[in-house]
Structure formats: structure tokens, C-alpha cells
Design a protein around this ligand. Structure first.
Ligand SMILES: [Zn+2]
Ligand SMILES: [Zn+2]
Length: 253
């Protein structure tokens, strides 16, 4: 690869770089992108926030309070925009000849997203309650469902009470749950590499992957409980991305 020096493609940025973004802009973009996943984890609660009004007698269905929540269209659009952002600032700076535009849009969208889910009024949205509920204790059928109650709290609150089922949640457990979800579903090594290539445009060499495993950097799960010696090991894509970032940062020092 030829090391060509050019101007950073970000608007108003006159710094020189061998990529399409300068280091300062890469750091800014990485910082913005870091918030995309947490925002996306919470944005559905904003999109489908329950309306307080429930017209009595409307529909005439009787009894069941299943009024359709109003949809926040702006939040819905924003969700689509956030999904279109890349996962890696560095990959973007390397590959996208107009990476400056990505930074510009990321500033717009992530800022709106932060306002929307963490709120100007200092409310934090932690997603849905998700507590498993039994419909009737007497019924033999396992008619259970997950509670849809929206969990919203002040940033200082250590606990959140679900407005629907009254379950009290610990905020740190909710955050763990969100982090866990960001790890993705566990896959075999090859599957992880293909997944990251597709979804994050990140290429991971087999030998790097094996190296990280050898160094004990990657946690794994077995694909089934077995007494077999050769049970397949599965890895979380999110973990692999984190380790990759770590290793690159170390190399650059
Ligand atoms: Zn720049
Ligand atoms: Zn609940």
C-alpha cells in the first residue's frame, strides 16, 4: 500500500493524513460510534413509548387494555440512520474516500440519539422490563410472557421500578444485560470472522484469532453440553472486536 499524504476529508479540517481521516477526527468518530450500540439498545422504548391517554370504550373490545402505543417517527428514522453508521472508525478512515461525511452524519445522529434516549430532561431509558410472567397460576398451560414495561430512571437512581409489573431492577444489572446483548450471539471462529467482515467490515486473520485464543484473551462457550472431548468452542463477535481494538492500540504505542 502506498503511503500517500492527503487532506483529511472532514469538513473544515485541514490536517494531513495518509488515510481519509486524520487522527483527531478518527478519535472523534470512534467516540461517537461507541454510543451507537447503547442508543440502539434503548431507542425502541422511545419509539414505542406508551401514550398515557386511553379513550374509554374505544374499540369496544372490553376489558383488555391493549391500546396501540403511538409511534415516535423521528426516533424510528433515527434508528435507521444509526444502523447505517459503520462500527469501526479506523476501518472507515482507511476505506471510505468520503469518511468526512460519515463523521458529519455521526455528529448529527449520535447527538440526537443521546438527547433522545438519555434525554434533555436527564432521564435514562434502559429498555423493556422483560420479567417472565405467569398468566394464571392454576392453568396447566405454560402461558407466560415477558413484561413489556418501559424502564426509565434518573441517572442517579440505582434501581428502577417497572411501571407495569412493579418489579424492582438494579441499574447495574440492567447495564450488564445491555452489554451482554452487544456481544452478539456466540459463533464458531470462522463464523465470527465472517460475521465481522459482513457487519463491521473488519477483516480478522485466522492466525490473529488463534493467537488471541492462545493468549487467553477470548472467552468461549461450548456449543452443547457434552462429555465429548472435541466440543466446538463458540466465541462472541463483540468480544473479538474488543480484543482486536485492544491489540491494535497496543501495537500503535
Ligand atoms: Zn480531520
Ligand atoms: Zn415489568
Amino acid at each position: 500500500m502506498k503511503e500517500e499524504v492527503r487532506f483529511c476529508t472532514a469538513e473544515e479540517c485541514k490536517r494531513l493524513t495518509t488515510l481519509y481521516l486524520c487522527t483527531v477526527c478518527i478519535v472523534e468518530l470512534a467516540d461517537l460510534l461507541q454510543d451507537v450500540t447503547p442508543i440502539l439498545e434503548r431507542i425502541d422504548a422511545v419509539i414505542y413509548r406508551q401514550t398515557v391517554t386511553s379513550a374509554p370504550g374505544a374499540g369496544g373490545g372490553g376489558g383488555v387494555a391493549s391500546s396501540k402505543p403511538a409511534m415516535n417517527v423521528d426516533a424510528y428514522m433515527l434508528k435507521a440512520h444509526l444502523h447505517s453508521l459503520p462500527t469501526s472508525a479506523h476501518a472507515e478512515a482507511m476505506e471510505n474516500t468520503v469518511a468526512g461525511q460519515t463523521l458529519y452524519m455521526a455528529r448529527e445522529w449520535v447527538t440526537s440519539g443521546r438527547d433522545l434516549v438519555w434525554g434533555p430532561e436527564e432521564k435514562r431509558v434502559y429498555g423493556k422490563c422483560g420479567v417472565l410472567q405467569d398468566a394464571e397460576l392454576e392453568t396447566e398451560d405454560e402461558e407466560s410472557f415477558h413484561c413489556d414495561g418501559p424502564l426509565v430512571a434518573h441517572p442517579d437512581d440505582a434501581t428502577v421500578r417497572c411501571p407495569d409489573c412493579n418489579t424492582v431492577h438494579q441499574v447495574n444489572e440492567l447495564l450488564d444485560r445491555l452489554r451482554q446483548r452487544a456481544r452478539g450471539n456466540p459463533l464458531p471462529p470462522r463464523g465470527v470472522r465472517e460475521h465481522l467482515q459482513r457487519s463491521a467490515r473488519v477483516q480478522i486473520l485466522t492466525k490473529d484469532f488463534e493467537n488471541w485464543v492462545q493468549l487467553g484473551k477470548l472467552a468461549y462457550v461450548l456449543d452443547r453440553v457434552t462429555t465429548n472431548i472435541r466440543a466446538q468452542r463458540l466465541y462472541y463477535p463483540g468480544d473479538v472486536l474488543t480484543v482486536r481494538q485492544e491489540m491494535r492500540a497496543r501495537r500503535r504505542m
